[in-house]
Design a protein around this ligand. Sequence first.
Ligand code: NAD
Length: 267
Amino acid sequence: MSRLLNKVAFITGAAGGIGLATAKLFLQEGASVIMADRDADLLEDARETMEQLVKAEGAEGSFNIVKTDVTSQEEIEQTIGHVLRKFSRIDIAVLNAGIPGANMPLEDYPVDLFDEVMAVNLRGVWLSLRSVIPAMKQQQSGSIIMTSSIQGLSALPGTTAYTTSKHALVGMMKGAALELAEFGIRVNTIHPGYVETPMMDAIHHAVVPDAPEKFQASIASSVPMGRYAKADEIARLMLFLASDESSYSTGSSFLADGGILAALPSF
Ligand SMILES: NC(=O)c1ccc[n+]([C@@H]2O[C@H](COP(=O)([O-])OP(=O)(O)OC[C@H]3O[C@@H](n4cnc5c(N)ncnc54)[C@H](O)[C@@H]3O)[C@@H](O)[C@H]2O)c1
């Protein structure tokens, strides 16, 4: 339970499903976790969850909550400044905040919504990435993990904005990995399949408002493993990439998708 002992971890989207599961696991593994999210109410719930965890398990790590919108360069830089004043280092950055956008034909997709998806899923990751680099370069170490998606490697119709943003992260990750390898900084993407989180709940309700559970069941039955992932199963992949156990992995895409992308249409 101490694979991240003395490490400082910055996580965006940390009040949501995958982000919070990652924050909990990192805390249990001994990290000082900085939890950034734009949603103040969700952050308050996350604070309670983390406090309960500390009470129940007496975790070795610590946590801090900082309301931050990743689309704002000013807010990101303020938050990173706060982290550096407090801890003088950043070992791990999980750039995870993301939004799904809508599911609709390309020609009907609102331009404003396309811009918003890009602002959070792509520009927000880039802003966070560039803000953590100076400290990591100084330390000559760091692990940066970007949350892409199976939609960063394949596409679903109706969600081109999301797919575009998640594919673009792979390019960003590869470029950053090459630029930063000589400084001991590793950069990788993870690609979850369907995960039980508030984001997927919202999608079920938006696409099939009358029968969201039925819709979820039909998606789950199309997954080779026959189910969605739990957020904790994605957090465990984050832990591997954040820890020194992945010391030779950089510039790579890591899947946790229950076999989805292994499948060709059956006949
Ligand atoms: N749930 C899935 O099935 C799934 C699959 C593949 C990839 N992902 C990706 O995983 C990441 C986390 O998704 P999740 O399922 O946990 O979703 P979630 O909605 O539960 O959590 C996302 C969190 O990001 C926060 N956020 C959104 N915009 C933000 C902004 N501008 N600044 C700061 N925080 C912001 C939200 O407040 C929320 O707490 C996303 O990037 C998502 O695209 C999710």
